[in-house]
Each structure stands twice: as structure tokens, then as C-alpha cells.
Design a protein around this ligand. Structure first.
Ligand code: MG
Length: 388
């Protein structure tokens, strides 16, 4: 059989955003509801309706995800398990099953790919989709989001919330707005007013320390943030200032970046008082290991290089790294490499004020964001007028 010659120009290319004729992009943020906890309740009927925390219950354990029943008691992800158990005495702890979560993640990504090739995963259960080109000719971004939600429910037995808007910042706020099992649309022209009412703690990228620093400036809501001049934001928030300045106005210039390579996953901690003794440093390291490993699991990545960072009381920074010939296998090995790096530095000449641990040389362990994802047929130009 004669082979069909491939015409130049039909070679699959990296998905590139089609220019929006309307000037607005159509972005959907999809976020599974209480993901790990919902998977556990789906697979074990005895857990349904009960407060569930995915994570270890030991003294060093951290809650990776909490069911909505547990959240009513104030249980949150990243909370120490001991504190969660105090808040909710009937809390059921379930060990995580990341293989199952990765399988569900692959299922939802397969659904996403039916609607767009422009998918940017944030974690196993969250992603931005740019549907400006409307590859399937569905006619509205809101309708695409509803179809995706229906299919996720039908194909996985789980619920997802969706936010639809004209940039990533607003789409993520929107998906959070009607959780669980909700849909929220922020149309062009509505972004600034939506943002003005919100507490800044809801802004993506503003963590507990950012909230504290804003409170010190008298900033509690988007409207408060909008009143702060750019120069002042730059003084207080450095590199994040421009993002915050735009966010307060409902503007976000970031594109949906398909297959964005993540370089590292890590965490660092500044101590309330400087630490110098070996046992105290090892204990602090153990806590950081748990936090970082939780993030690694959520990101669905594997990596070979472990880097320990210590900053002494006089702001001198030491880093030590070790690369394994293959990916770090589990939290135990990650912690062991970290401890070996620490032990090689002991005894310290100076106590330290900050400790950090990072995993790098990453590969994506799960299929989400799979580089082999078909970019799909080139979107016809001029479909940027897709209604919301
Ligand atoms: Mg989620």
C-alpha cells in the first residue's frame, strides 16, 4: 500500500493559543471537590456522610484532604493530624492511595483533551483549560464547562466545580465560588466588581503570610488592595506586586501554559527562634519532609535531586544537594537523604533561622500534561467570539 506523503505544514506543532477575535480568552478552571477524600468515600460506602481525613493520624501526620463533613469542624488540608483530631473527635483517618488518585487524574485529563489541547495542570485534580478556539464547535465556554462536569460525574462517579472567565485568576476564583459541584461564570466587565468584594485570602498566590502582611497595611478585600498604589505594592510584595496590582482589577496577563515544566517542589520554614542542636534540627526537618512530600504527591511528580538549605542567624545561606541515580521512591527515602545532608553539616557553627528542603530534576509521574497529548486539529481562526 503506498504511503501517503505528509504535506509540509501538517506536522503536529505545540498547541498555541488562537488569537481571540473578541479580545477576550475563554478560560475554564476545573477543580475536583475534596478530591482525595471524595475518592475514598466513593470507594468505601462506610465512609460516606462521615468526616474523613486522608493522611496519617500519627503525631507527625498531616491532613492531605478533608471531606466536607470534616471541614464543618474546621479540619483543613495541610493541618497537623493531631490538631484535626482535636477539632473533630469522630474524624476517620484514611491512608492516601495515590495510585487511585492518579488514575482518576488520567481519566479527567482524557475528558479535558476532548475539548482542548491547551491544558495546564495545577495538581492531580485541578487544571486550567483555554477553550477560546472551541475545537468541538460547542458554542459557549459555559456549555463546555457543563459538559466536562457531567462527563466527570458519569465517568468517575465524582463531582468537580468549574469556573469560567476570561483569565486564569478569575476562572480560579469562580470555581471556588460555588463549591462543591458548582459552576460560576465571570463575564467580561464583571471581573473587577467580583474581585472587589472578596477577601484577599481567596486570591491564588496569597498565602497566610501574605494575608498577614496585607492586614498590616489595612488590606482585607480586593477593594482595599485596589486602593494601594503600585509603588507601595512593590515595596511590600516585591516580585508579586504587579500580579497583585492587576488581580485587584480583575486583570491577569498569564497564558494557559500547556505542559509547563515544573522545575522543583519544596518548602522552607523560618523558626520562631533560632535552632542549633542536632536533634531539634532533625525534628524540624521531619516536619518539612512531610509537607514537601505531600506537595510532591499532589503535583504527581517524581524527582532525583534533594537539596537542603539552611540559613544561619547572620543570614549566611548553606545549600547541600544529592542526586540519586533514579527517582526518590517515597517519603522515607526523601527524609533519609535530607537527614544525611543535614548530618554531614553537623555540628553547626551558628544556629539557623530557616530550613528548606526541595526535590528537583523532576519528571511528571502521572499522565496529566502528557507530552504525547495530541494537539488536535488546528483550530479555525476567528472563532474567538465564542460566547461565555
Ligand atoms: Mg480540588
Amino acid at each position: 500500500m503506498p504511503s501517503i506523503p505528509t504535506a509540509p505544514g501538517t506536522v503536529p506543532i505545540e498547541p498555541a493559543p488562537a488569537p481571540p477575535a473578541s479580545g477576550f480568552r475563554k478560560i475554564i478552571h476545573i477543580d475536583m471537590d475534596a478530591f482525595y477524600a471524595s475518592v475514598e468515600q466513593r470507594d468505601d460506602p462506610a465512609l460516606r456522610g462521615r468526616p474523613v481525613a486522608v493522611g496519617g493520624s500519627s503525631a507527625r501526620g498531616v491532613v492531605a484532604a478533608a471531606s466536607y463533613e470534616a471541614r464543618r469542624f474546621g479540619v483543613r488540608s495541610a493541618m497537623p493530624s493531631t490538631r484535626a483530631a482535636r477539632l473533630c473527635p469522630d474524624l476517620v483517618f484514611v491512608p492516601p492511595r495515590f495510585e487511585v488518585y492518579r488514575t482518576v487524574s488520567r481519566q479527567i485529563h482524557a475528558i479535558f483533551r476532548d475539548y482542548t489541547a491547551l491544558i495546564e495542570p495545577l495538581s492531580l485534580d485541578e487544571a486550567y483549560l483555554d477553550v477560546t478556539a472551541d475545537d468541538r464547535g460547542i458554542g459557549s465556554a459555559t456549555r463546555i464547562a457543563e459538559r466536562i462536569r457531567q462527563r466527570i460525574r458519569a465517568e468517575t462517579g465524582l463531582t468537580a466545580s468549574a469556573g469560567v472567565s476570561y483569565n486564569k485568576f478569575l476562572a480560579k476564583l469562580a470555581s471556588d465560588h460555588n463549591k462543591p459541584d458548582g459552576l460560576c461564570v465571570i463575564r467580561p466587565g464583571e471581573g473587577a466588581a467580583f474581585v472587589a468584594r472578596l477577601p484577599v485570602a481567596r486570591f491564588h498566590g496569597v498565602g497566610p503570610r501574605g494575608v498577614e502582611r496585607m492586614a498590616a497595611l489595612g488590606v482585607a478585600t480586593g477593594a482595599d488592595l485596589r486602593a494601594i498604589p503600585l509603588e507601595s505594592l512593590r515595596t511590600h510584595f516585591g516580585a508579586q506586586a504587579d500580579y497583585l496590582y492587576r488581580a485587584a482589577r480583575g486583570i491577569d496577563l498569564r497564558q494557559v501554559e500547556a505542559n509547563r515544566p515544573r522545575k522543583s517542589v519544596g518548602a522552607e520554614r523560618t523558626f520562631a527562634s533560632d535552632i542549633g542542636s542536632g536533634p531539634a534540627l532533625r525534628e524540624a526537618l521531619g516536619e518539612i519532609v512531610d509537607i514537601v512530600w505531600n506537595r510532591i504527591e499532589q503535583a504527581g511528580v517524581q524527582g532525583r535531586t534533594v537539596t537542603l538549605k539552611l540559613r544561619s542567624a547572620d543570614f549566611h545561606t548553606l545549600t547541600r544537594a544529592r542526586s540519586l541515580p533514579r527517582a526518590v521512591a517515597d517519603a522515607g527515602e526523601f527524609g533519609q537523604v535530607g537527614r544525611d545532608l543535614l548530618d554531614a553539616l553537623l555540628p553547626l557553627r551558628q544556629p539557623v533561622r530557616l530550613m528548606g528542603l526541595t526535590l528537583s530534576a523532576l519528571e511528571v509521574a502521572a499522565a496529566p500534561g502528557d507530552a504525547a497529548a495530541a494537539p488536535g486539529d488546528a483550530a479555525p481562526a476567528g472563532q474567538g467570539t465564542l460566547p461565555f
